[in-house]
Each structure stands twice: as structure tokens, then as C-alpha cells.
Write a protein that binds this ligand. Structure first.
Ligand SMILES: NC(=O)c1ccc[n+]([C@@H]2O[C@H](COP(=O)([O-])OP(=O)(O)OC[C@H]3O[C@@H](n4cnc5c(N)ncnc54)[C@H](OP(=O)(O)O)[C@@H]3O)[C@@H](O)[C@H]2O)c1
Length: 358
């Protein structure tokens, strides 16, 4: 049930759960609007081919208090490739528009606590059961590229004081995904070797930095020479062009590029090695699936998506304890979000693009 600030019930403006209904509305001719709308970056239309044509910046209704949920004042939020997929209509349908984009945020809750959001939301909104359908912010609930966002209070975690708002805002999606891929699904231990495809990406830079800090021998590929150099500075033993032979076969591969690198990922594994995949930026239909190699060498292919709240807590603790910090490509004020989207679409970034409020 939704409540406005004076406790009177009013009809939902959008009919979506978790969305605030603070559109300027009037009780009588002389009554001012109860709440101002807030500034946000949102998907207004779906366009598969030109995703940025559906991106709009402007006023949206702010979230309102709701039992079991918290409203967080967003200080920083970070872009993920997921936001581009949303604008292309992947995981987001027309009937849910307009949808505020942004899966990640760090900010301040109603009690003044500095917090980070876990953006995986269960069906009930109170935790995520093991067999429960999950949704990521922006798929069903309004996202974080706004002045405020509402999430179930269960999804609000304390921000470690060692991390800035900008750094903490990079962790809940790309970094959590990399953490789970490496430490839960890859089956590696310190001393093992790991290849990360597409070094410049948010998940990829996270995997390189986390793996290095955990004592893994990290290798990387990137299409860009400058990015290969930066991958080595970040902790990779060596960074090569996509498809190039590595000096050794690796124990695991962190794959998010998909079709363009799949064959190389399979061929780079030692017998019995593990390919962990969480994304397919270049498409999900590789020309060579390498099926024979997969069964003959008894390779494991493991799918991975986001991570649990426990894993996010461990990731926050890992960063605080080790000094590892998210690689930030660029910090922009929210009203320049379009520039961030353009940079991500062009694939020029190295690390995370962060949007800030205030
Ligand atoms: N399943 C999950 O829970 C989950 C979570 C996070 C992300 N993902 C998925 O993982 C993928 C990466 O996400 P991200 O946020 O890290 O994206 P990103 O920051 O935009 O990174 C994408 C990277 O892919 C690399 N790439 C290599 N070949 C490419 C090609 N042919 N076309 C486009 N890019 C190419 C690029 O690295 P170089 O320029 O260095 O080659 C680029 O930096 C996305 O598809 C995303 O949807 C899934």
C-alpha cells in the first residue's frame, strides 16, 4: 500500500510497485502540490538499434515511504551495460515505461546512514529465497539514476567508511558479478590462473583487480592497446589481443563478451578448466561453439548472474580490508548522464562510469 506524506490514500499514477506516485496533484484549487518531482535519467522508449534515442533526462515522480521499504537519497550511481540492454528492450518491456535506469547506488537513508544498495530484489521484496524469481532494479522497480530510489529495507547495506560514495556505487552489479564469478563459480584458489575477456569492461576490470588481490595469476584480452597496458597496470600478468595465444592454459575464464571471444575462451582452458559466463555483449551466437573440445577435455561451463546479499557484504569487506578499489573511468553529474551512456555504447571506457547527485 502506498501512503502520501499526510496519510491520505490516492490512486497510483503508474500502477507499478515500488514507484512513487508523487506527481504534482492537487486536492483543491488552492492546494499546492505535496511533493516536487525529482530529476532522473529514464527509458522513455525502447529502440533495439538506437538505444540512446529512448533515453530521456527530466522530471519523474519521487518515491514515497512504504512499509518495509526504504527511500535512499542517491549520492552516486554507476552505469552498467545492463542499462543499454534495457534501452534495447532486453529485460524491459514497453508496458513498464517510463523506467528510471540504474542498478547501482550508494547514498544516505532516511536515518542519515551511509548505505549501499543490493539491487537484486525478490518476489516479496523481503529477501530473495533460493528458488524465488529475482528481479534487478530497473526490470520491475524504478532504478537509481535519480535523486531518490526506493528499495526493500532488506536490500540496504551499510557503506564501509573506507569507500567513497562513488566507489561504493560501482560494487552492487559489475563488481558483485565479478566477485561471484571468481570466488563462487570459477573453482579457483590462490596461485591458479584466470583469463578475463574484454579487459575494459566494468565486470572485467573488477575481475582483474579482485583476482590480483586474491593471489590469482590474471591474464586479459582487449581490442585496444592502451587498455591492454592498463590491464597490466591493474594487475594482469599479461594482456593480449582478442584471440591471441596465451603463454599458458588457464584454470578458469571470466567471459562477458560472448560470441566474439567464446571460441578463444574455450581454447584457452586447461583440461577440466572452468568457463564462467555472465554476459554476451557482442552477441550470444558464437560461430564456433567448440562443443567437441568442451566434452573431450571435460571443461565446465558455468552460468553466473549478479550475486547474493552475503556475497555483496563480503565484497564490501574485501575492498575495505585489501585496499582494492573500483576502477572508475569517469565521474559525471546526473544531468550529463547521456555522455556516460554514449561512452559506454562506444566501448571506449576502462572501468566504471559513475553519475553523481549534488
Ligand atoms: N549476468 C549478470 O549478472 C551480469 C552482470 C553484469 C554484467 N553483465 C553483462 O556482462 C557484459 C559486460 O557488462 P559490463 O557492464 O562490464 O559492460 P561494459 O563495461 O560496457 O564492458 C563491455 C566490454 O566488452 C568488451 N568487448 C570486447 N569485444 C567486444 C565487442 N565485439 N563488442 C562490444 N564489446 C566488446 C569491451 O572491452 P575491450 O574494449 O577491452 O575489448 C568492453 O569494454 C554485458 O553484456 C552485461 O549485460 C551480466
Amino acid at each position: 500500500m502506498h501512503h502520501d506524506l499526510v496519510g491520505a490514500k490516492r490512486p497510483s499514477a503508474f500502477g507499478q510497485e515500488g514507484v512513487c506516485h508523487r506527481l504534482p496533484w492537487f486536492r483543491g484549487p488552492r492546494t499546492p502540490p505535496i511533493v516536487e518531482p525529482m530529476f532522473a535519467a529514464y527509458a522513455a522508449r525502447i529502440d533495439r538499434d538506437q538505444p540512446l534515442s529512448g533515453l530521456e533526462l527530466g522530471e519523474r515522480p519521487a518515491p514515497e515511504a512504504r512499509a518495509g521499504w526504504s527511500v535512499v537519497n542517491v549520492r552516486a550511481a554507476s552505469l552498467n551495460h545492463h542499462d543499454l540492454w534495457s534501452l534495447r528492450g532486453v529485460g524491459l518491456s514497453d508496458d513498464l515505461l517510463p523506467m528510471i535506469l540504474g542498478c547501482d547506488a550508494a547514498g544516505v537513508d532516511e536515518d542519515g546512514n551511509e548505505v549501499v544498495l543490493h539491487s537484486v530484489i525478490g518476489q516479496s521484496g523481503y529477501g530473495v529465497g533460493p528458488k524465488e524469481p529475482r528481479s534487478i532494479l530497473t526490470e520491475r522497480y524504478q532504478g537509481t539514476f535519480a535523486e531518490q530510489v526506493a528499495v526493500p529495507t532488506w536490500n540496504v547495506l551499510p557503506k564501509p567508511k573506507e569507500l567513497s560514495f562513488e566507489e561504493a556505487a560501482c560494487l552492487p552489479t559489475a563488481w558483485l558479478t565479478a566477485y561471484r564469478m571468481l570466488f563462487t563459480n570459477a573453482g579457483v584458489r590462490p596461485g591458479d590462473s584466470v583469463l578475463v575477456q574484454g579487459a575494459g569492461g566494468g565486470v572485467a576490470t573488477a575481475a582483474i583487480a579482485l583476482g590480483k588481490a586474491a593471489g590469482l595469476r590474471m591474464f586479459a584480452t582487449s581490442r585496444d592497446e592502451a587498455k591492454r597496458k592498463r590491464a597490466v597496470e591493474l594487475g594482469a600478468v599479461e594482456a593480449v589481443e582478442p584471440g591471441a595465444r596465451l603463454p599458458q592454459r588457464v584454470d578458469a575464464v571470466i567471459e562477458t563478451v560472448g560470441a566474439a571471444t567464446w571460441s578463444h575462451s574455450v581454447k584457452s582452458l586447461r583440461p577440466g578448466g572452468t568457463l564462467v559466463i555472465s554476459g554476451a555483449t557482442s552477441g550470444d551466437r558464437p560461430s564456433h561453439a567448440e562443443l567437441t573440445r568442451i566434452f573431450f577435455l571435460e571443461l565446465k561451463v558455468v552460468g553466473s548472474t549478479m550475486g547474493t546479499k552475503d556475497e555483496l557484504e563480503d565484497l564490501l569487506s574485501f575492498c575495505a580490508a585489501t585496499g582494492v578499489r573500483p576502477v572508475i573511468d569517469e565521474v559525471l553529474p546526473l544531468d550529463r548522464a547521456r555522455e556516460g551512456f554514449e561512452r559506454m555504447e562506444s566501448g571506449e571506457q576502462f572501468g566504471k562510469i559513475v553519475l553523481t547527485n549534488g
